[in-house]
Ligand binder design. Structure first.
Ligand SMILES: Nc1ncnc2c1ncn2[C@@H]1O[C@H](COP(=O)(O)OP(=O)(O)OP(=O)(O)O)[C@@H](O)[C@H]1O
Ligand SMILES: Cc1cn([C@H]2C[C@H](O)[C@@H](COP(=O)(O)O)O2)c(=O)[nH]c1=O
Length: 197
């Protein structure tokens, strides 16, 4: 089973991912961007305020392809539980926001990015969405790069809402404005239920 954690920067994904890692020692815990050289290229792009938006999308998509073949698909083939801190929905939400604000002449960037993934990706079985407003998320994240900005994250949040509307059965929304203990307890309960199903 593939479970993904999604949400804005600072929503608490890494905090719950670490708690789940302690609770499920036999599972595969992974993340995007990865720590491969593809992921390092992504990190460089994220740090660059003038990165080309399409090039950035394709760097992230290359990292995803390698993540799938090297980590996710082998672990799933072994019948294991895989928990990923960010996955394809991050591309749909973030790069759609980036492309919409760019000069790239795409009418429907979110659908364009989904279309690219449809050809090769493996959709998550369930996605836990840590829901937090853009201002609180940017505040927690520290506003240290081009993504951790209130206005940009507000558009990203709108895009996540569109994704949830399109696939309500895949997403489980968790209120990420609560305390770390309350958020972690809720996510652990959700994962326990998903694994038992
Ligand atoms: N429920 C919470 N309430 C308040 N602060 C929190 C909560 N969860 C995490 N934090 C704090 O917010 C900051 C970001 O948390 P974390 O790294 O888990 O988020 P993230 O979603 O992984 O962020 P990013 O996407 O930027 O890596 C950290 O300082 C963390 O201690
Ligand atoms: C996978 C992925 C990530 N991003 C952005 C979101 C964050 O601002 C950074 C790094 O992620 P982290 O969780 O803070 O470590 O990358 C993105 O824009 N698109 C993606 O597909």
């Amino acid at each position: 089973m593939l479970i993904t954690l999604e949400g804005l920067d600072g929503s608490g994904k890494t905090t719950v991912w670490e708690a789940l890692r302690d609770a499920y020692p036999g599972a595969t815990f992974t993340r995007e961007p990865t720590d491969s050289w593809y992921g390092e290229a992504v990190d460089r792009s994220i740090a660059a305020d003038d990165a080309d938006p399409l090039a950035e999308l394709f760097l992230l998509t290359a990292d995803h392809a390698n993540h799938l073949s090297e980590t996710v698909e082998p672990a799933l083939a072994d019948g294991g539980l895989v928990v990923s801190d960010r996955y394809s929905d991050s591309r749909f939400a973030y790069q759609a926001a980036t492309l919409a604000a760019s000069d790239v002449p795409l009418d429907r960037p979110l659908e364009y990015i989904r279309g690219i993934h449809a050809g090769f990706s493996r959709p998550p079985d369930a996605t836990i969405y840590l829901d937090l407003d853009a201002r609180a998320a940017a505040e927690r994240a520290g506003r240290t790069n081009k993504f951790e900005q209130d206005g940009y994250l507000a558009t990203v949040r709108d895009n996540y809402e569109r994704l949830i509307d399109a696939e309500p059965d895949r997403f489980v929304r968790v209120d990420a404005s609560r305390s770390p203990e309350a958020v972690t307890a809720r996510v652990e309960a959700v994962v326990a239920e998903l694994v038992e199903e």
